[in-house]
Write a protein that binds this ligand. Structure first.
Ligand code: NAD
Length: 492
């Protein structure tokens, strides 16, 4: 919903124009076309949404869970019906290929499907006769108004790690999309409206820091799910927690993959290329460093360089394109300067993807796949999140050296091992400090019915998004002890 290309907020069941003083342009990163203007909403509009959600909560929590999920069933079918249109919107505002956008929306829908199991997932426990005539039970109740603050790289999916579970559990909701890619969530909110959720149950406020701060400080908001970079995740976690809220804050990453000499090199090359260069490397589970052990070095480095050089880069809506642009010009400049920094500190760019010309898309923000060899394991480039299609190669002699490097990092989002040895795989799984582990898998993204993990500076909090963790996060437990003296029962 727009007025003169200006996106609206969705508050209390209606589309409202923001009173924002500032608007940002939403730009297609492949073409530089301006798609819309997004308001940087003031705190007062977060307040309107939070108050509407708080009012709606009183009724919504009383709707039986079996009835609440009927809205999610409707939403699932609406999302299926508009699947292609939403996927195209993701590609247009975010740059990833249409296949990647479809994959993103598929995972969003899977989360709706899993949340439809809430009537069973949020069941409590009961013990009869903990003492004579006394029973004890634990029930789960919703926490109240909850909010999600999303990053740019998955405009459709990220809110779905949280929102379907929160709503199914009886909470009301507020989404603050990334100001860089707000169009996808707009389309999704049109479908939420069609699904018929009662007014105030779902709300969306666009904006950036002011809106986030208003969410962190609002007394009616009880739980916050954040996904984004580590400095902001830390800030959100500490300010939200200091205000007494539940907070789960997922941060950045620097994901290593280890290649042992006994790995299937053809498969390892293909999977690593998809991990490092898929979504133009702008994925929190993208491989960023490949650590080759012993004799794996030469065959792997040659294979991955060939895969990087031959990847088809272009507009994500075009047939056959394997990699799109990065999110904007500033990001392209930052990635290219980090590549230069790597070279200045002794690495060799065996494939250098800087300043490419993509025919027909000369104004786009493109960086081609880049492979840096001889990267210093202790240097900046081996530690910093680049968030672009750049793979650094490090060589070590043993799996222990590789695990030592992996565990020395600040982040712990994902680590992967390529091997045909079960013993090596078990050692790796056991010893590595990361929340999502892949064995012969390059993007170890948990399915909707498993929590999306993350350790160290990749996650602040205790309970993650998706699956049972989401149910725990969006409910509070109440334990009831009841005495029913026997003589009272005997009357019946
Ligand atoms: P970002 O931290 O810049 O922005 C995320 C959200 O925070 C946005 O909604 C933005 O409006 C808000 N924000 C930004 N700066 C703020 C500030 N100073 N104060 C308050 N709010 C602020 O992240 P991004 O660039 O949109 O996304 C990329 C990052 O997200 C990468 O670091 C990536 O690794 C991470 N990410 C992590 C996961 C995960 O599961 N761990 C998943 C996706 C993305």
């Amino acid at each position: 919903m727009t007025t003169n290309g200006r996106l609206l907020n969705y508050i209390n069941g209606e589309w409202r124009q923001s009173a924002a003083a500032d608007y940002l342009e939403v730009v297609n990163p492949a073409t530089s076309e301006v798609l819309a203007q997004v308001p940087l909403s003031p705190a007062a509009e977060v307040d309107e949404a939070a108050q509407a959600a708080a009012l709606a909560f009183e009724e919504w929590r009383r709707v039986p869970a079996v009835d609440r999920i009927q809205y999610l069933f409707k939403l699932k079918f609406l999302l299926e019906e508009h699947f292609e249109e939403i996927s195209r919107t993701i590609t247009m505002e975010c740059g990833k290929t249409i296949g990647e956008s479809r994959g993103e929306m598929r995972r969003a829908i899977e989360n709706v499907e899993v949340a439809c199991g809430i009537p069973m997932m949020m069941q409590g426990d009961m013990s009869e006769d903990i003492a004579s005539g006394i029973d004890e039970l634990m029930i789960r109740q919703p926490v109240g108004v909850c909010a999600a603050i999303a990053p740019f790289n998955f405009p459709g999916m990220i809110a779905f790690w949280f929102m379907p579970y929160a709503l199914a559990c009886g909470n009301t909701y507020l989404v603050k999309p990334s100001e860089k890619v707000p169009l996808t969530m707009h389309k999704i909110f049109e479908l939420l409206e069609q699904a018929g959720f009662p007014e105030g149950v779902v709300n969306m406020v666009n904006g950036s820091k002011e809106a986030v701060d208003a969410i962190l400080d609002h007394p009616a908001i009880k739980a916050i799910s954040f996904v984004g970079s580590t400095p902001v995740a830390k800030y959100v976690y500490s300010r939200g927690s200091a205000n007494g809220k539940r907070v789960q804050a997922q941060g950045g990453a620097k994901n290593p993959i280890i290649v042992l000499p006994d790995a299937d090199m053809e498969m390892t090359k293909r999977i690593t290329a998809d991990s490092a260069f898929g979504c133009a490397g702008q994925r929190c589970l993208a491989a960023s460093v490949a650590v080759t052990v012993g004799d794996a070095h030469q065959p792997f480095s040659e294979a991955i360089a060939e895969a990087a050089a031959s990847r088809v880069v272009g507009y994500g809506l075009d047939e056959g394109v394997q990699m799109g642009p990065v999110i904007n010009q500033a990001s392209q400049t930052r990635i290219e300067s980090l590549i230069q920094q790597g070279i200045d500190s002794g690495a060799t760019a065996v494939v250098d993807g800087r300043s490419p010309t993509i025919s027909g898309f000369e104004n786009g923000s493109f960086v081609r796949p880049t492979v840096l060899q001889n990267v210093d394991p202790a240097g900046e480039i081996a530690k910093t999140e680049i968030f672009g299609p750049v793979l650094s190669l490090i060589h070590v002699n043993t799996i222990d050296d590789a695990i030592k490097y992996v565990n020395s990092g600040q982040y712990g989002n994902m680590a992967c091992l390529f091997t045909s040895s079960g013993a090596a795989a078990r050692k790796f799984r056991y010893e590595v400090d990361a929340g999502n582990i892949g064995i012969n898998v390059g993007v170890a993204a948990p399915m909707a019915f498993f929590p999306f993990s993350g350790w160290k500076e990749s996650f602040f909090g205790t309970l993650h998004g998706q699956g049972n963790h989401a149910v725990e996060f969006f409910t509070q437990t109440k334990v009831v002890v009841e005495r029913w003296p026997k003589q009272w029962s005997r009357q019946f």
